[in-house]
Structures are given as C-alpha cells and as structure tokens.
Ligand binder design. Structure first.
Ligand SMILES: *[C@@H]1O[C@H](CO)[C@@H](O)[C@H](O)[C@H]1NC(C)=O
Length: 215
C-alpha cells in the first residue's frame, strides 16, 4: 500500500475518533420511520417528499411534568421519539420539573453532552469527573444560569428552593439515553448478585437486599 493511503487512513481514523458523536447527516434530513422494519443506527428515512411540519414539531413543553413520585422530579423528553425529524441530526431537548427539594438522581447519558438552563427556581447541579478521578464539580444555579454536563459523566440535580423549579436542557444526540445509577445497579432484571453488590459497596448482603427491594 502506498504511504499516502496509509497516512490518509490514519487521519480518517484519528478524526473519526476525535469528532465522535451522532453520525453526520448526508442529506437535508431523514425523518424517522419509527415503525419501519429496517434496523439501522437510528431509524430509516421516510420519503423526503412526504415530509411535513408535524415531522419537525412537538407541542406541550409548557405543560408542567407530574413530580408526585419518590424523587420529586419529572423529565419530559423531546427526542427522535417525539420529533421523527430529529433522526440523524444529533440533537434533542428536555424539560425537567422539580417539586421543592426534588432531585434528578445521579445518572449518565451514554450518547450526549447536556447543556441546561434554569427558567424558574433554584437548582443545585453537579457531575463527577473520571480523569482526574472522582472530582465533584458542583454549583447552585439561579434563574437564567446555564451549566454543562459533559458526555457520559455521572451527574445530578436538586431543587433547593421552596418553590417549584423548571429547567430546559439540550442534548447532543437524537437519542441521548439515560442510565440512572441506582435503578441500573439495584433494579436490574434479573438482579445482580447481592454478594457481588455487597462487596462493591463494602456492605453486607442484608443491606443490599433491602435496597434492591426499593427498586
Ligand atoms: C400525578 O401522579 C400521581 C402519582 O402517579 C397521580 O396520583 C396523580 O393523579 C397525578 N396527577 C396528575 C395531575 O396527573
């Protein structure tokens, strides 16, 4: 193989790693055929000539989410599931409602960086770094403040006021995904072995059984 090809190959490999994110579109749009039989990375496209405004819109983000649940928060997603036109575009958004002192428990988005703003109330936010290991980066946000949660890192939010808090966030994937640590570790089906979790959390199996019973 000619050295030029090798170099080009290396450059392509380097750039595709450095710029990894949702795949770049090769056309104006690719409105998701959500019920299509073809399985691809994302969704197959419906005929672009059939695209309509409804494929690119969603209504209802002004409606407060129901926060009557054990954590006191509710995420209303607007991803490719709600807007099929987001398919291949690498972006989505959410509204998050918090009851007073409600939390969005520690979680990660495997496919997205998140940028969040508070439009009502006060919100304590934080994420934990992986390198350097386990530094907590945290801040209390007021209305109008903006904060970034880097892709893949474990993060959380908590409403610290006496009123309701509302946040709007954008995420760098059409389908960011969410892995909520407690639910994943203690609520998997079938359950992860309690003695394995006992050793992981440096506690006893009875404590693990009790926590697992909550999920
Ligand atoms: C909110 O959720 C709770 C618990 O599921 C339910 O009892 C209540 O009716 C819901 N409220 C509204 C307005 O939907």
């Amino acid at each position: 193989m000619a050295p030029g090809f090798v170099l080009t190959g290396l450059l392509v490999a380097t750039f595709s790693i450095a710029l990894a994110s949702d795949p770049s579109p090769l056309q104006d749009f690719c409105v998701a055929d959500l019920n299509g039989p073809v399985l691809v990375n994302g969704f197959s496209c419906k005929d672009p000539k059939m695209a309509q405004a409804t494929d690119f819109s969603f209504s209802g983000l002004h409606i407060p989410g129901n926060t009557s649940n054990p954590v006191g928060s509710r995420v209303t997603p607007v991803t490719v599931t709600q807007i099929p036109g987001l398919n291949t575009l690498g972006i989505s958004m959410v509204r998050i409602d918090f009851a007073p002192w409600g939390i969005n428990p520690p979680h990660t988005h495997p496919r997205a960086t998140e940028i969040l703003t508070v439009i009502e109330g006060t919100l304590e936010v934080g994420f934990v770094t992986s390198n350097p290991e386990n530094n907590l980066i945290t801040k209390v946000l007021q209305k109008g403040d903006v904060f970034v949660f880097p892709k893949g890192l474990v993060h959380f939010q908590r409403s610290t006021g006496y009123g309701y808090t509302i946040a709007i966030a954008a995420l760098s994937s059409q389908n960011p995904g969410v892995i909520t640590i407690a639910n994943t570790v203690f609520g998997s089906n079938p359950a992860i072995a309690n003695d394995l979790l006992a050793k992981s959390f440096q506690t006893d199996t009875k404590t693990i059984d009790w926590i697992q019973s909550k999920f």
